[in-house]
Design a protein around this ligand. Sequence first.
Ligand code: G4P
Length: 298
Amino acid sequence: MSAENAGRDVLNSRRIQWFPGHMARTLRVMEKEVRGIDCVLQLLDARIPASSLNPEIRRITRDKPHLYLLNKADLADAAITKKWLAYFKAQGAGCLAIDARQKGGAAAVRGPILRELTALTAKRAARGMAGAAVRVMVVGIPNVGKSTFINSFAGSARAKAEDRPGVTRGKQWISVEGFDLLDMPGVLWKKFDSLQTASHLAFIGSIRDDILDIEELACGLLESVRALYPKQLLERYKLDETALVLPPYDLLQAVGRKRGMLVSGGEVDTERAARTVVGEFRASKWGRISLERPPQNT
Ligand code: G4P
């Protein structure tokens, strides 16, 4: 078995833990509710747009117009985000890059949502529904910033924002200026088809950390970022070029050593180093990073 398959199967064999019953229930509710909605507003993490495209959400919502919001764009590489915007638009979907935490960030998407719905509104008007609130289902993976977006869009704290995946539980309708937003809890899916997808979701904090091996997570993260943004990594940890070819665990040790994270006997406290690495990446201390590029020639 290849290392890739082994890693993926280890993760998939733990699926019960990251795909708890409430996520299965959410998908069932989504399947039922999708019939009555006008548009899907799907939040993706701008650093990993492909991995945050939940295939179950895609299946359930495929017949509805989509507006993708590349959220946390402030953490992603602006040049790559531009390419993703072009990619989704070429697929016929609406797409905007936002920072849901920024005041007015979510308000800026009101216009585009309306434009996206122009065709639908015409149909609704023909059916005598003009003036009825547009029903928008808001979906995304855990921790993508959905509560933050809805709070900002709705102009008051209606959904609880917390940096813990799966905190928003149960659907809720929120009415705001001509829109009825159906806020669905963040969901993952049962089986990841690649180790990369699973890893990327874990890096950004979409899979609960307590079911993951923090050192494995940090090593994977260091390896991925080193391949794409080597300079940023070297600068952050004041490493020299020899770090570019170190095996990932040795790289983690080098980071820990640089930070003086030693235990008795002079060994590196790799668990502490791993927590630092993951925490600093998530806090954008390494600068703006995009882990995924849109497919070529699409
Ligand atoms: P969820 O409902 O999709 O699970 O996500 P939620 O809104 O709870 O957001 C998860 C974390 O991501 C929160 O961090 C939130 O502040 C942050 N966040 C949301 N949107 C953005 C964005 O566009 N850019 C950045 N940089 N961060 C964003 P947290 O650690 O709980 O922070 P805070 O709530 O203490 O600020």
